[in-house]
Design a protein around this ligand. Structure first.
Ligand code: SAM
Length: 272
């Protein structure tokens, strides 16, 4: 078993400040050896060529290149998505938002605003027959098209803050989900995020709300009365984002939800 090689790689990643050093060392070993992580103890040796490849990947991970950019894959709600430079790597906490949406709506029209890799749109399409995915960045759009190419999801290259975006659907949509850029520009981020996630995907102006404010207006216009809305937000927005929805008068049942770490993470509401 390549235990010693993985142990050395773990030490190297830990010294570089990688929080999940052991897990990442094992996942990269499993990737290079082309085995599931759980089968690593059954592998006898690390063939020299593969060991060189592994060490090259560990060196890049030690430079804080995201694990998902090294493997080219990210897992989300049972999907194996293609990711890399130019697109936001989907996060596990966003699965909670998608699961909430699917617990409320299983038919009609679903819209994923700020779709990135298409993670939320693909999750929606497991239950909802008509799904739209809206994305502004041309680089992210390439990944979105790749990840949705075998589906009938409608990909739309547009700005979600523009009143004309999907205006033909106004008043007809059953569910809008969104994970918009919401990080305040002053936030201090890990190198994996600051240096590799696209800035258009991360930052929402000084208070983190510059995209959220007009996006909420567009979401309200798209939804039919009784339609559902769910939006991820920064953990500093647990009060300001629900207040923004309350102040508009467009929403009922405004509820904020915690993420897996117990931090305020997404707001949900029903269109009145
Ligand atoms: C935080 S990422 C979320 C991606 C994906 N939904 C997910 O959860 O992994 C935000 C995405 O919104 C896109 N975006 C930013 N501003 C936008 C805008 N005004 N209109 C449409 N898309 C936008 C970014 O390019 C990025 O792909």
């Amino acid at each position: 078993m390549p235990g010693r090689v993985i142990a050395e790689a773990t030490s190297r990643l830990r010294a570089a400040g990688v929080g999940s050093a052991r897990v990442d060392a094992e996942l990269l070993a499993a990737f290079v050896l082309d085995v599931p992580r759980g089968r690593l103890p059954l592998v006898d040796t690390f063939p020299p060529l593969l060991k060189d490849r592994y060490e090259a990947l560990i060196a890049r991970r030690a430079q804080r290149v995201p694990l998902q950019h090294l493997t080219g894959r990210a897992h989300f709600a049972g999907f194996d998505l293609a990711v890399g430079p130019g697109v936001f790597v989907p996060r596990p906490e966003t699965e909670l938002l998608a699961a909430w949406g699917l617990s409320k709506v299983q038919s009609g029209i679903g819209v994923d605003l700020c779709s990135g890799s298409g993670a939320i749109a693909l999750a929606l399409r497991t239950r909802i027959s008509t799904v739209y995915a809206v994305e502004q960045s041309p680089e992210a759009l390439d990944w979105l098209q790749l990840n949705t190419r075998d589906t009938d999801i409608t990909v739309v290259h547009a700005d979600v803050t523009d009143p004309s975006t999907l205006a033909g659907l106004d008043g007809t949509v059953d569910l809008v989900l969104t994970n918009p850029p919401y990080v305040p520009t002053t936030a201090v981020l890990e190198p994996e995020v600051a240096d590799h996630d696209p800035h258009l995907a991360l930052f929402g102006g000084e208070d983190g709300l510059s995209v959220i404010r007009p996006l909420v207006v567009r979401a309200a216009a798209l939804l039919r009365k009784g339609g559902y809305f769910g939006m991820e937000h920064d953990d500093s927005h647990g009060e300001s984002v629900p207040a923004l929805l309350r102040d508009s008068g467009d929403w009922a049942d405004i509820t904020d939800h915690l993420d897996l770490a117990g931090r305020p993470r997404f707001v949900t509401a029903v269109r009145v």
